[in-house]
Design a protein around this ligand. Sequence first.
Ligand SMILES: NCc1[nH]cc(CCC(=O)O)c1CC(=O)O
Length: 305
Amino acid sequence: MQHFPPLRLATRRSPLALWQANWVSDQLRQLGYPTELVLLTSRGDTDQAPIDGTRGVGFFTKRIQQALLDGEADIAVHSLKDLPTETDPAFTLAAIPPRAAVGDCLISGSEKNFAQLPPQAVIGTGSRRRAAQLLHQREDVQVEPIRGNVQSRLQKLADGLFDAIVLAEAGLSRLEMTQHVTERLPLDLMLPAPGQGALGIETRSDNQRITEITQQLDDAVTRAAVTAERKLLSHLSGGCLAPIAALATATDESLHLKAVVLSADGKTRLFHEASDTIANAAELGVVVAEQLRADGADAFIEAAR
Ligand SMILES: NCc1[nH]cc(CCC(=O)O)c1CC(=O)O
């Protein structure tokens, strides 16, 4: 094999981000490529105010992408659900590896599951998608914002600031913290964010050698599923802040997409689902987005901006 300098992987410094970058690094090493990590701090890590419409887009991902543009790193490792759907032609989403657990979990201080929490229970989540789905099921619960990495959120729960919090199972399982899970929320109660549980690995479009190396980590079925989910999100002009949830699952040649759009208070829940071939993943996203739109989704998405 030819000798090349190590592939430089850009990542945030949170334990979850480091786990993910180390996982990608291991995969590349198994293919015979030396690697090193480039640790960066994003605005999403330093700024702990609630994420809102003017500050949210690319909050966790822009700094990592900048390292590629500046020549500080070759490969950017993101949580796909944090990566905006608006793409910059300077970057190529070279690999989407096999997806981990897709769902969300309730972690409650009292070990009570969602249905058993006391009236007016305080649930910590900064996600409008999670908040609206919780409120749709139980209008009495109080949803309060929470920020910070997985560990610091669990600490806030332990400190008694909340009765329960909601976190992605993917993050907890990667960090080997699933012992904290009280309840895996059923998908009909809590549909995940588009791309949840998947990694997005970007390279510079003008670096063909590194793009081709990275493409070896791509999983075609996961890519098809998240393509449908992300196309739905972009077609609804959703961004990561809108109360939009979507999950595509693949069986053999076919892909099934479920999606919901909710009012912020959870009182209205629009749901649609459809199937198509894996090859038509993007079209499937558009079809379900249009069904939601026909039911009035745009007004709820606009209200969340
Ligand atoms: N918004 C932060 C974020 N981005 C990705 C994950 C979890 C891992 C994943 O979904 O791939 C998390 C934490 C969470 O939502 O609990």
